[in-house]
Design a protein around this ligand. Structure first.
Ligand code: MRU
Length: 348
Protein backbone atom coordinates (compact mmCIF):
# COMPACT_ATOMS: atom_id res chain seq x y z
CA UNK A 1 0.00 0.00 0.00
CA UNK A 2 1.98 3.04 -1.16
CA UNK A 3 1.64 6.04 1.13
CA UNK A 4 1.60 9.47 -0.45
CA UNK A 5 3.56 11.36 2.18
CA UNK A 6 3.25 14.60 0.26
CA UNK A 7 1.50 15.62 -2.94
CA UNK A 8 0.26 18.59 -4.94
CA UNK A 9 -3.50 18.85 -5.02
CA UNK A 10 -5.66 21.62 -6.52
CA UNK A 11 -3.18 24.46 -6.00
CA UNK A 12 -2.22 23.29 -2.51
CA UNK A 13 0.17 20.93 -0.77
CA UNK A 14 -1.37 17.93 0.97
CA UNK A 15 0.81 16.04 3.40
CA UNK A 16 0.46 13.46 6.13
CA UNK A 17 0.69 15.25 9.49
CA UNK A 18 3.29 12.96 11.04
CA UNK A 19 2.90 14.47 14.50
CA UNK A 20 -0.54 12.77 14.64
CA UNK A 21 0.79 9.27 13.91
CA UNK A 22 0.33 6.51 14.92
CA UNK A 23 -2.98 7.50 16.50
CA UNK A 24 -4.51 9.18 13.48
CA UNK A 25 -3.72 9.30 9.77
CA UNK A 26 -4.52 12.97 9.28
CA UNK A 27 -3.62 15.22 6.37
CA UNK A 28 -2.63 18.86 6.36
CA UNK A 29 -3.60 20.78 3.24
CA UNK A 30 -2.34 24.30 2.75
CA UNK A 31 -1.76 26.91 0.06
CA UNK A 32 0.26 29.12 2.43
CA UNK A 33 4.04 28.75 2.21
CA UNK A 34 4.47 29.94 5.82
CA UNK A 35 2.13 27.25 7.11
CA UNK A 36 4.22 24.78 5.13
CA UNK A 37 7.40 26.25 6.63
CA UNK A 38 5.94 25.74 10.11
CA UNK A 39 5.01 22.17 9.18
CA UNK A 40 8.67 21.50 8.31
CA UNK A 41 9.90 23.10 11.57
CA UNK A 42 7.38 21.17 13.65
CA UNK A 43 8.20 17.85 11.90
CA UNK A 44 4.68 17.46 10.51
CA UNK A 45 6.66 16.62 7.40
CA UNK A 46 10.15 15.30 8.09
CA UNK A 47 12.94 13.12 6.76
CA UNK A 48 15.55 14.57 4.41
CA UNK A 49 14.01 13.75 1.00
CA UNK A 50 10.47 14.67 2.14
CA UNK A 51 11.49 18.09 3.41
CA UNK A 52 13.29 18.73 0.10
CA UNK A 53 10.08 17.92 -1.76
CA UNK A 54 8.05 20.06 0.66
CA UNK A 55 10.40 23.01 0.20
CA UNK A 56 10.08 22.80 -3.59
CA UNK A 57 6.28 23.01 -3.32
CA UNK A 58 6.67 25.74 -0.69
CA UNK A 59 8.27 27.99 -3.30
CA UNK A 60 5.37 27.30 -5.66
CA UNK A 61 2.85 28.20 -2.92
CA UNK A 62 4.70 31.41 -2.15
CA UNK A 63 4.92 32.70 -5.73
CA UNK A 64 1.49 31.60 -6.87
CA UNK A 65 -0.12 34.43 -4.90
CA UNK A 66 2.19 37.12 -6.32
CA UNK A 67 0.11 39.29 -8.64
CA UNK A 68 0.43 42.82 -10.09
CA UNK A 69 4.19 42.86 -9.62
CA UNK A 70 7.00 43.60 -12.06
CA UNK A 71 9.25 40.75 -13.09
CA UNK A 72 12.12 41.99 -10.94
CA UNK A 73 9.79 42.28 -7.92
CA UNK A 74 8.53 38.77 -8.66
CA UNK A 75 12.06 37.42 -8.64
CA UNK A 76 13.15 39.27 -5.50
CA UNK A 77 9.99 38.19 -3.62
CA UNK A 78 10.53 34.63 -4.84
CA UNK A 79 14.10 34.69 -3.53
CA UNK A 80 12.84 35.90 -0.14
CA UNK A 81 10.42 32.97 -0.02
CA UNK A 82 13.33 30.63 -0.77
CA UNK A 83 15.38 32.23 2.05
CA UNK A 84 12.45 31.81 4.44
CA UNK A 85 12.14 28.10 3.59
CA UNK A 86 15.92 27.65 3.85
CA UNK A 87 15.67 28.85 7.46
CA UNK A 88 13.32 26.08 8.57
CA UNK A 89 15.80 23.26 9.34
CA UNK A 90 19.59 23.37 8.91
CA UNK A 91 20.91 19.81 8.69
CA UNK A 92 19.25 17.90 5.84
CA UNK A 93 21.02 19.08 2.71
CA UNK A 94 18.14 17.88 0.52
CA UNK A 95 16.25 21.00 1.61
CA UNK A 96 18.96 23.26 0.20
CA UNK A 97 19.46 21.05 -2.85
CA UNK A 98 15.75 21.33 -3.76
CA UNK A 99 15.67 25.07 -3.07
CA UNK A 100 18.79 25.43 -5.25
CA UNK A 101 16.88 23.88 -8.15
CA UNK A 102 13.97 26.27 -7.59
CA UNK A 103 16.30 29.26 -7.25
CA UNK A 104 18.06 28.45 -10.55
CA UNK A 105 14.72 28.53 -12.40
CA UNK A 106 13.68 31.78 -10.79
CA UNK A 107 16.98 33.45 -11.62
CA UNK A 108 17.06 32.13 -15.17
CA UNK A 109 13.53 33.39 -15.79
CA UNK A 110 14.63 37.06 -16.00
CA UNK A 111 14.00 38.26 -19.57
CA UNK A 112 13.23 34.72 -20.75
CA UNK A 113 9.86 33.81 -19.28
CA UNK A 114 6.74 35.72 -18.29
CA UNK A 115 5.67 35.58 -14.64
CA UNK A 116 2.93 33.08 -15.46
CA UNK A 117 5.37 30.92 -17.41
CA UNK A 118 7.81 31.03 -14.50
CA UNK A 119 5.10 29.98 -12.05
CA UNK A 120 4.23 27.02 -14.29
CA UNK A 121 7.90 26.11 -14.69
CA UNK A 122 8.45 26.21 -10.91
CA UNK A 123 5.47 23.93 -10.35
CA UNK A 124 6.84 21.50 -12.92
CA UNK A 125 10.23 21.48 -11.17
CA UNK A 126 8.67 20.77 -7.77
CA UNK A 127 6.63 17.94 -9.29
CA UNK A 128 9.78 16.59 -10.95
CA UNK A 129 11.60 16.56 -7.59
CA UNK A 130 8.76 14.46 -6.17
CA UNK A 131 8.54 12.07 -9.15
CA UNK A 132 12.31 11.64 -9.26
CA UNK A 133 12.27 10.71 -5.56
CA UNK A 134 9.78 7.92 -6.24
CA UNK A 135 12.12 6.41 -8.84
CA UNK A 136 15.36 7.08 -6.94
CA UNK A 137 14.06 5.32 -3.82
CA UNK A 138 13.08 2.25 -5.82
CA UNK A 139 16.58 2.11 -7.33
CA UNK A 140 18.10 2.61 -3.89
CA UNK A 141 15.91 -0.18 -2.61
CA UNK A 142 17.00 -2.56 -5.37
CA UNK A 143 20.69 -1.74 -4.83
CA UNK A 144 20.44 -2.14 -1.07
CA UNK A 145 18.40 -5.34 -1.25
CA UNK A 146 21.43 -7.06 -2.79
CA UNK A 147 23.10 -6.72 0.64
CA UNK A 148 20.32 -8.53 2.51
CA UNK A 149 20.27 -12.31 2.59
CA UNK A 150 16.98 -14.15 2.97
CA UNK A 151 15.87 -14.34 6.62
CA UNK A 152 17.98 -11.30 7.59
CA UNK A 153 17.18 -9.32 10.71
CA UNK A 154 17.84 -5.60 10.39
CA UNK A 155 18.14 -2.93 13.06
CA UNK A 156 17.12 0.61 12.07
CA UNK A 157 17.08 3.97 13.80
CA UNK A 158 14.61 6.84 13.30
CA UNK A 159 12.39 6.69 10.20
CA UNK A 160 13.90 6.45 6.74
CA UNK A 161 10.78 4.99 5.19
CA UNK A 162 7.80 6.02 3.07
CA UNK A 163 7.07 8.78 5.52
CA UNK A 164 10.52 10.33 5.06
CA UNK A 165 10.28 10.41 1.24
CA UNK A 166 7.62 10.74 -1.45
CA UNK A 167 6.34 7.22 -0.89
CA UNK A 168 8.91 4.41 -0.60
CA UNK A 169 11.80 5.24 1.67
CA UNK A 170 15.57 4.85 1.65
CA UNK A 171 16.78 2.47 4.40
CA UNK A 172 13.26 1.08 4.84
CA UNK A 173 12.87 1.09 1.04
CA UNK A 174 15.66 -1.51 1.03
CA UNK A 175 13.52 -3.67 3.31
CA UNK A 176 10.47 -3.19 1.05
CA UNK A 177 12.54 -4.07 -2.03
CA UNK A 178 14.01 -7.18 -0.38
CA UNK A 179 10.58 -8.35 0.70
CA UNK A 180 9.17 -7.66 -2.80
CA UNK A 181 11.97 -9.97 -4.04
CA UNK A 182 10.49 -12.67 -1.79
CA UNK A 183 13.01 -12.42 1.04
CA UNK A 184 11.81 -12.82 4.59
CA UNK A 185 13.11 -9.79 6.53
CA UNK A 186 12.63 -8.99 10.22
CA UNK A 187 13.22 -5.55 11.69
CA UNK A 188 14.16 -4.21 15.10
CA UNK A 189 13.21 -0.53 15.27
CA UNK A 190 14.85 1.78 17.82
CA UNK A 191 12.19 3.97 19.38
CA UNK A 192 14.37 7.06 18.69
CA UNK A 193 14.18 9.46 21.60
CA UNK A 194 13.05 12.15 22.06
CA UNK A 195 10.48 12.43 19.26
CA UNK A 196 9.99 8.68 18.75
CA UNK A 197 10.14 8.56 14.96
CA UNK A 198 11.03 4.87 15.25
CA UNK A 199 8.20 3.98 17.62
CA UNK A 200 5.54 6.20 16.08
CA UNK A 201 6.41 6.08 12.38
CA UNK A 202 8.73 3.20 11.43
CA UNK A 203 6.78 0.50 13.27
CA UNK A 204 3.50 1.96 11.96
CA UNK A 205 4.49 1.90 8.31
CA UNK A 206 6.18 -1.51 8.55
CA UNK A 207 3.06 -2.95 10.16
CA UNK A 208 0.92 -1.38 7.40
CA UNK A 209 3.16 -3.23 4.94
CA UNK A 210 3.04 -6.50 6.90
CA UNK A 211 6.78 -6.54 7.67
CA UNK A 212 7.76 -8.30 10.91
CA UNK A 213 8.86 -5.48 13.24
CA UNK A 214 9.85 -5.43 16.91
CA UNK A 215 10.12 -2.13 18.78
CA UNK A 216 13.03 -1.66 21.19
CA UNK A 217 14.05 1.18 23.45
CA UNK A 218 17.17 2.92 22.13
CA UNK A 219 19.19 1.54 25.01
CA UNK A 220 18.32 -2.06 24.08
CA UNK A 221 20.31 -1.99 20.82
CA UNK A 222 23.53 -3.28 22.45
CA UNK A 223 21.74 -6.20 24.07
CA UNK A 224 20.00 -7.41 20.89
CA UNK A 225 23.33 -7.22 19.07
CA UNK A 226 25.08 -9.12 21.85
CA UNK A 227 22.41 -11.81 21.66
CA UNK A 228 23.21 -12.29 17.96
CA UNK A 229 19.78 -11.15 16.82
CA UNK A 230 20.97 -8.54 14.30
CA UNK A 231 22.51 -9.28 10.88
CA UNK A 232 22.98 -5.67 9.78
CA UNK A 233 22.03 -2.07 10.49
CA UNK A 234 20.31 0.09 7.86
CA UNK A 235 19.92 3.83 8.42
CA UNK A 236 19.15 6.87 6.29
CA UNK A 237 21.09 10.13 6.19
CA UNK A 238 20.51 13.86 6.32
CA UNK A 239 23.88 14.94 4.95
CA UNK A 240 26.93 12.98 3.83
CA UNK A 241 30.28 14.80 3.58
CA UNK A 242 32.88 14.13 0.85
CA UNK A 243 34.76 11.58 3.00
CA UNK A 244 31.58 9.65 3.87
CA UNK A 245 31.02 11.07 7.37
CA UNK A 246 27.25 10.94 7.79
CA UNK A 247 24.78 13.08 9.73
CA UNK A 248 21.59 11.28 10.68
CA UNK A 249 19.15 11.27 13.59
CA UNK A 250 20.91 11.61 16.94
CA UNK A 251 21.70 8.15 18.26
CA UNK A 252 22.82 6.83 14.88
CA UNK A 253 26.45 7.23 15.96
CA UNK A 254 25.74 5.16 19.09
CA UNK A 255 24.33 2.39 16.91
CA UNK A 256 27.38 2.55 14.58
CA UNK A 257 29.77 2.16 17.53
CA UNK A 258 27.76 -0.80 18.80
CA UNK A 259 27.66 -2.42 15.36
CA UNK A 260 31.43 -1.99 15.02
CA UNK A 261 31.98 -3.62 18.42
CA UNK A 262 29.79 -6.58 17.49
CA UNK A 263 31.19 -6.80 13.93
CA UNK A 264 27.80 -6.20 12.35
CA UNK A 265 27.65 -4.43 8.95
CA UNK A 266 26.43 -0.84 9.24
CA UNK A 267 24.89 0.49 6.00
CA UNK A 268 23.87 4.06 5.19
CA UNK A 269 21.21 4.35 2.49
CA UNK A 270 20.65 7.73 0.84
CA UNK A 271 20.02 9.40 -2.51
CA UNK A 272 22.82 11.32 -4.21
CA UNK A 273 20.95 14.53 -3.30
CA UNK A 274 22.02 13.87 0.31
CA UNK A 275 25.72 14.10 -0.61
CA UNK A 276 27.33 17.42 0.28
CA UNK A 277 30.72 17.22 -1.35
CA UNK A 278 31.42 20.88 -0.50
CA UNK A 279 32.21 19.63 3.02
CA UNK A 280 35.50 17.74 3.32
CA UNK A 281 34.31 15.88 6.41
CA UNK A 282 31.46 15.79 8.89
CA UNK A 283 32.86 18.31 11.35
CA UNK A 284 31.24 21.26 9.56
CA UNK A 285 27.79 19.75 9.08
CA UNK A 286 25.37 22.15 10.82
CA UNK A 287 23.56 20.32 13.58
CA UNK A 288 20.06 21.46 14.48
CA UNK A 289 19.35 22.04 18.16
CA UNK A 290 15.81 21.34 19.26
CA UNK A 291 13.73 22.88 22.04
CA UNK A 292 14.43 21.56 25.54
CA UNK A 293 10.70 20.82 26.06
CA UNK A 294 10.94 18.00 23.52
CA UNK A 295 13.10 16.22 26.13
CA UNK A 296 11.58 17.42 29.39
CA UNK A 297 7.91 17.59 28.36
CA UNK A 298 7.74 15.08 25.51
CA UNK A 299 4.19 14.66 24.22
CA UNK A 300 2.85 16.87 26.99
CA UNK A 301 4.08 14.93 30.02
CA UNK A 302 6.75 16.38 32.28
CA UNK A 303 9.58 13.87 32.69
CA UNK A 304 12.35 16.12 34.08
CA UNK A 305 12.45 18.96 36.61
CA UNK A 306 11.37 22.34 35.35
CA UNK A 307 14.44 24.49 34.61
CA UNK A 308 16.91 21.61 34.12
CA UNK A 309 19.63 22.31 31.53
CA UNK A 310 19.12 20.29 28.35
CA UNK A 311 21.35 19.57 25.36
CA UNK A 312 19.23 18.30 22.47
CA UNK A 313 20.93 18.04 19.08
CA UNK A 314 18.57 16.55 16.50
CA UNK A 315 21.40 14.80 14.64
CA UNK A 316 24.86 13.35 15.16
CA UNK A 317 27.68 12.52 12.77
CA UNK A 318 28.87 8.95 12.25
CA UNK A 319 32.53 8.83 11.17
CA UNK A 320 32.99 7.13 7.78
CA UNK A 321 35.29 4.50 9.35
CA UNK A 322 32.28 2.99 11.12
CA UNK A 323 30.25 2.75 7.90
CA UNK A 324 30.51 -0.55 6.00
CA UNK A 325 28.95 0.83 2.82
CA UNK A 326 26.96 3.79 1.50
CA UNK A 327 24.12 2.72 -0.76
CA UNK A 328 22.88 5.23 -3.34
CA UNK A 329 20.68 4.99 -6.43
CA UNK A 330 23.88 5.14 -8.52
CA UNK A 331 25.56 2.22 -6.79
CA UNK A 332 27.21 1.14 -3.56
CA UNK A 333 30.37 2.79 -2.20
CA UNK A 334 32.71 0.96 0.15
CA UNK A 335 36.06 1.58 1.78
CA UNK A 336 37.47 4.89 0.62
CA UNK A 337 34.38 6.93 -0.15
CA UNK A 338 35.74 10.15 -1.60
CA UNK A 339 36.26 9.14 -5.25
CA UNK A 340 33.20 6.93 -5.47
CA UNK A 341 30.87 9.55 -3.99
CA UNK A 342 32.28 12.17 -6.36
CA UNK A 343 31.63 9.86 -9.30
CA UNK A 344 28.04 9.25 -8.16
CA UNK A 345 27.43 12.98 -7.74
CA UNK A 346 28.94 14.02 -11.07
CA UNK A 347 27.04 11.31 -12.82
CA UNK A 348 23.59 12.80 -12.07
O1 MRU B 1 14.27 14.97 12.50
P1 MRU B 1 13.83 14.07 11.39
O2 MRU B 1 12.71 13.16 11.75
O3 MRU B 1 13.57 14.85 10.11
O4 MRU B 1 15.11 13.15 11.11
C1 MRU B 1 15.05 12.24 10.05
C2 MRU B 1 16.22 11.36 9.94
O5 MRU B 1 17.19 11.50 10.67
C3 MRU B 1 16.20 10.35 8.84
O6 MRU B 1 16.89 9.19 9.22
C4 MRU B 1 16.88 10.96 7.61
O7 MRU B 1 16.30 12.18 7.27
C5 MRU B 1 16.84 10.06 6.43
S1 MRU B 1 15.20 9.94 5.78
C6 MRU B 1 15.21 9.03 4.37
Amino acid sequence: MPLNTIEWKNGAVRLIDQTKLPIELEYLQTDDYQVLGDAIRQLKVRGAPAIGIAAGFGVVLGVQHLRDVSQSEFISKGLKIIDYLAGTRPTAVNLFWALGRMRAILEQSAGEMSIEQTKARLLREAQDILEEDRKICRNLGRNGASLLPDNATVLTHCNAGSLATADYGTAIGVIYAASEEGKNIRVYADETRPLLQGARLTTWELMQNKIDVTLICDNTAAFVMQQGKIDCVLVGADRIAANGDTANKVGTYNVAVLAHHHQIPFYVVAPVSTLDLTLENGSRIPIEQRASEEVTMGFGKRTAPSGVKVFSPAFDVTPHKLITAIVTEKGIARGSYRDKLKKFKNNT
